[in-house]
Design a protein around this ligand. Sequence first.
Ligand SMILES: Cc1cc2nc3c(=O)[nH]c(=O)nc-3n(C[C@H](O)[C@H](O)[C@H](O)COP(=O)(O)OP(=O)(O)OC[C@H]3O[C@@H](n4cnc5c(N)ncnc54)[C@H](O)[C@@H]3O)c2cc1C
Length: 379
Amino acid sequence: MIRDQGVLDSLQDTVRRFVRARLIPAEAQVETDNAIPPELVAEMRALGLFGLSIPEEFGGLGLTMEEEVTIALELGYTSPAFRSVIGTNNGIGSQGIIVDGTPAQKAYWLPRMAKGEVIGSFALTEPDVGSDAGSIRTGAIRDGDQYLINGTKRYITNAPVADVFTLMARTGGPGPGGVTAFLVPRNSPGLSLGPVDKKMGQRGTRTCDVILENCRVPAEAVIGGVEGQGFKTAMKVLNRGRLHIAAVCVGAAQRLCDESVAFARNRVQFGKPIAEHQLIQAMLADSATETFAGRCMVIEAARRFDDGKRIVQEAACAKLFCSEMVGRVADRAVQIHGGAGYMQDYAVEHFYRDVRLFRLYEGTSQIQQIIIARELTAN
Ligand SMILES: Cc1cc2nc3c(=O)[nH]c(=O)nc-3n(C[C@H](O)[C@H](O)[C@H](O)COP(=O)(O)OP(=O)(O)OC[C@H]3O[C@@H](n4cnc5c(N)ncnc54)[C@H](O)[C@@H]3O)c2cc1C
């Protein structure tokens, strides 16, 4: 649902121009420094990008899902690391509060997140528990008006810069029903961070372990104030996040298509631009077709979400297709560039590494297949 086409067009145009004028020229520097220049983070903050999906009453832009994926498509056009910096505040770092938080939790955290003053992060994965998220081992024990949390969370995006974690811990028996979601401030006693992980790609965005050793949080840190609801909260957050990731994949695929076309027009072999060789044309056509298919899936699923429909299957389909699709498009883009595609002078080299992550996090491709099959066979 688009509330005001003119307002959305204007925001989309602003983001598109910002991506092309400011972010794309900084991609090479981000690859070298493994950091986003602070002035660009400040510009993203000024544009309101930290609060795209946070409701207007809490200072965000309160975009509908269709509006949000429209902007995510634009942001996907550059290094995914830029989107990742704002991604947790718009997605997994804030959505738990938005969907299930108490009025006090919303009033305290969301305005700060929307302004980018506070960075939110989402801590579910553990060293021994990834896809089987209902089996987490990090434990939280009630101690008077506090909880004592012990465990380790792994590969947590933006943890090195986070101010607050939406963190799942076990307060009850085994399985999903024993999981509770907490809001754990970075400065909580007993919380420390591991070394920054050495990743394959998405340089500029950082992950690390979050270590909880008798970490104390007040009882009010329980999201929604109710124990045992944490797994449901996590699944709602991830369900929504899947469409956002899918949109970013489509944006990246569009960039890879454009880079491929530009290169193929200029590179001459056998006396003519390679764009005139039919085997190159076939790769360009396949990539354009798959990118368009991904775009249609994302927009249609977002419209259904805005219509209030249950889109568990559609979100999983979109995440599965778009994350796998952008991998194929990246592979073709490198192929079209020939040896140049293997060199860091060309953007397709880092995109090839960057987009690999989309098939792994927020539910691997196999987990999306399991979700889709479960939805198909449930009744
Ligand atoms: C860069 C990065 C950032 C991340 N950011 C975050 C974050 O911010 N917060 C967070 O909580 N987590 C984060 N993660 C963790 C991510 O969500 C997990 O890595 C992912 O869910 C997979 O879990 P795993 O790595 O333990 O793999 P595993 O679950 O061990 O899976 C290994 C393989 O087995 C397959 N598999 C597992 N179960 C089944 C099954 N039933 N049937 C068939 N195949 C199966 C998987 O698909 C995969 O191929 C991040 C990971 C990375 C790499």
